[in-house]
Design a protein around this ligand. Structure first.
Ligand SMILES: Nc1ncnc2c1ncn2[C@@H]1O[C@H](COP(=O)(O)OP(=O)(O)OP(=O)(O)O)[C@@H](O)[C@H]1O
Length: 324
């Protein structure tokens, strides 16, 4: 692992048990995040993005069928830690998660300042005054007036509540912050404000981010790297500039062609068809049914092929590269 690598995920699986069978929400996912890097995990609804975040952060529902793989945070092998050690040393300490719609999950009867310092009070046992002094710092960082520390969530707009949730994630100075659709419930202007805060945080704090989104426009704002998910797998992971300029996987190409753009002569082309069910995904390439480039070999499950230095594509078209 290069010393710039903060997180390395190898062959991560998260399968759920349901009455209808096993749902393979995360099905053999590998990627890495460097220090001070933002990786965007992009993909359509239901492809397994939130499940990936939950598996990394060990926020798991009860109906787990399988969770496996290797996750290294710095020198720490996370999957080998007991729940107790994980909670004490990693969760909210080195790695924080801003869950989807978490701005609506703030406790309505507790002042936001008290909520923001809770990780410090509970995990670090900081006295109240010291913790509140840190809250002032993080409020300034995320652009919320410190007058708001004494307010209740209902007194804040959606955008301000989202910043408060971000402040809560940052209060312990984690090395990695995972953000699951942090702007999807907000209007366009408020979304832009949050994205600007994230860009500034990345610049000023040196924190690494995993930003989960279904929205190509949002992803292009912050991304250094992009991992595109499809039906529980990562089909392409590459530098953001490469991904947006010259996407390699046929799904990446079709996704980019489906996005409306200013100054674009061609009309956006929606991708025909539907992703397969994760209950019983096809044994070959999961995108084959929708892929205009499919050929005989796509009936077999493709490996992830290396294409240049830090790019990998799960598609037989690239089988000439080094297999892994
Ligand atoms: N606890 C659970 N039990 C069974 N199936 C689940 C559970 N949680 C999620 N799923 C299923 O796992 C698959 C992946 O869901 P997940 O929420 O991770 O996707 P997503 O890409 O984050 O989508 P969205 O953006 O809509 O949340 C979906 O088919 C979903 O229905």
């Amino acid at each position: 692992m290069s010393d710039r690598t903060l997180l390395r995920v190898e062959d991560l699986h998260l399968h759920y048990q349901t009455r209808r069978g096993v749902v393979r929400a995360v099905d053999g996912v590998s990627f890495e995040v460097r220090r001070n890097e933002a990786l965007v995990v992009l993909g359509e609804s239901g492809c397994g993005k939130s499940s990936l975040a939950k598996a990394l952060m060990r926020v798991l529902p009860r109906n787990i069928h399988q969770v496996s793989g290797r996750v290294m945070l710095g020198e720490t092998e996370l999957m080998a830690l007991s729940d107790e050690r994980f909670r004490r040393d990693v969760q909210w300490v080195r790695m924080a998660l801003v869950m989807q719609a978490s701005m609506n999950a703030l406790n309505p009867v507790v002042r936001v300042g008290e909520q923001v310092v809770e990780p410090l009070r509970v995990l670090r046992r900081w006295p109240r005054a010291r913790a509140l002094a840190r809250a002032v710092e993080v409020f300034e960082l995320v652009g919320v007036s410190t007058d708001f520390l004494r307010r209740y969530p209902f007194e804040l707009s959606g955008g301000m509540r989202q910043r408060v949730v971000l402040a809560m994630a940052l209060v312990t100075e984690p090395e990695l912050v995972i953000l699951d659709e942090p702007t999807s419930a907000l209007d366009v202007l408020t979304q832009a404000g949050i994205m600007n805060v994230l860009k500034r945080l990345k610049r000023e704090l040196g924190t690494s981010f995993i930003l989960i989104t279904h929205d190509v426009a949002t992803s292009s704002e912050l991304a250094d790297r992009v991992a595109l998910m499809y039906a529980g797998e990562i089909v392409e992971v590459s530098d953001a500039a490469q991904f947006f300029d010259a996407p390699a996987h046929p799904y990446s190409q079709m996704l980019m062609a489906s996005v409306p753009r200013l100054h674009q002569e061609q009309r956006p082309e929606p991708i025909p068809g539907q992703p397969p069910s994760l209950l019983d995904p096809p044994s070959g390439c999961r995108f084959a049914d929708r892929c205009p480039s499919r050929f005989k070999r796509c009936a077999q499950h493709p490996d992830s092929f290396r294409l240049g230095d830090r790019r990998r594509v799960r598609c037989w078209l690239y089988a000439g590269g080094d297999e892994r």
